[in-house]
Write a protein that binds this ligand. Structure first.
Ligand code: SF4
Length: 277
């Protein structure tokens, strides 16, 4: 019986692969990424948009802090977003987007950026990862563009979470981040091959990185590895091999590597709004 079920599942995957290639005309690099990430039925890859470095908090263990500090005023322009949309449309890619930063609700192009993503041919879904400190920037139009708002819960934003839950109960979910794993200062031995909990790509400054944390970790590790491809037609080609090559230098320092988490302590992820201001 088990064998029969597995054969049925394999057939289902094969049908989805053939349909992606011959009916939907998806390029090979996109289809192989879908198969590798168990997303062939969704027909959509995951990608984070690093929309701003500005943040209303200053969490001690934020893994993006090195990139935020290196480029503290960064705001993704609409022109950059358009270049990415055009290259992706040309390549016939499609994505489940997560807006990250920094704090995405501080992105100066939030409304227009979401509108453009939604009306493009590359958007399967959009979520935002937020600290819920700037909820005055949200309204029904913006929430209408979103499939969900993922909130990191701290002692500083409990009231705001209640307001969000009252207004848009179906679109809000939250995870407590008051405590978090400490960012390793040096590579943690015995943590390869990485068991990655965040396999999505990241767009930042006209580059698509193979993973969401590599650019920030590379800055802290002073690594000069190549980590991504420039935004251009078929930018996903070769990203898998870049990610493979970054393992020893980058993934051994990453708290999204499950094996690093198992060897690292959690600590109070102190947030200081006054320090961020
Ligand atoms: S650095 Fe490695 S473990 Fe961390 S998110 Fe990237 S691929 Fe995953």
């Amino acid at each position: 019986m088990k064998l029969f079920e597995r054969a049925k599942e394999l057939l289902r995957i094969l049908k989805a692969v053939l349909s992606a290639i011959f009916i939907k005309d998806r390029p090979l690099e996109f289809v192989t990424a879908l198969v590798r990430d168990y997303r062939i039925q969704k027909s959509s890859c995951r990608l984070s948009l690093y929309v701003t470095s500005v943040c209303s908090l200053d969490c001690e263990e934020c893994i993006m802090q090195f990139l935020m500090k290196a480029d503290p005023k960064y705001q993704m322009s609409l022109e950059e977003l358009e270049r990415f949309i055009q290259a992706s449309e040309y390549s016939n890619y499609s994505f489940d987007f997560l807006l990250t930063g920094g704090e995405p609700l501080i992105w100066k192009n939030l409304r227009e950026g979401l509108k453009r993503l939604r009306r493009s041919r590359i958007c399967n879904s959009i979520q935002i990862l937020s600290n819920a400190m700037n909820i005055d920037r949200l309204d029904d139009e913006i929430m209408g563009y979103l499939d969900g708002l993922r909130v990191s819960e701290y002692s500083t934003n409990k009231d705001n979470i209640q307001i969000l839950l009252k207004k848009w109960p179906d679109k809000i979910w939250f995870v407590n981040r008051e405590e978090f794993w400490m960012n390793p200062k040096t590579p943690v031995p015995g943590t390869l091959p990485a068991k990655c909990l965040n396999p999505e790509m990241l767009l930042y400054k006209d580059q698509v990185f193979a993973c969401p944390h590599s650019r920030s970790i590379a800055l802290s590790a002073q690594s000069e590895l190549r980590l991504g491809n420039p935004v251009a037609p078929h930018f996903m080609k070769g990203l898998f091999w870049l990610k493979f090559a970054q393992q020893a230098e980058i993934c051994t320092r990453c708290i999204s590597n499950q094996r690093v988490r198992e060897k690292t302590k959690k600590t109070r992820n102190i947030v200081r709004p006054e320090r961020a201001a």
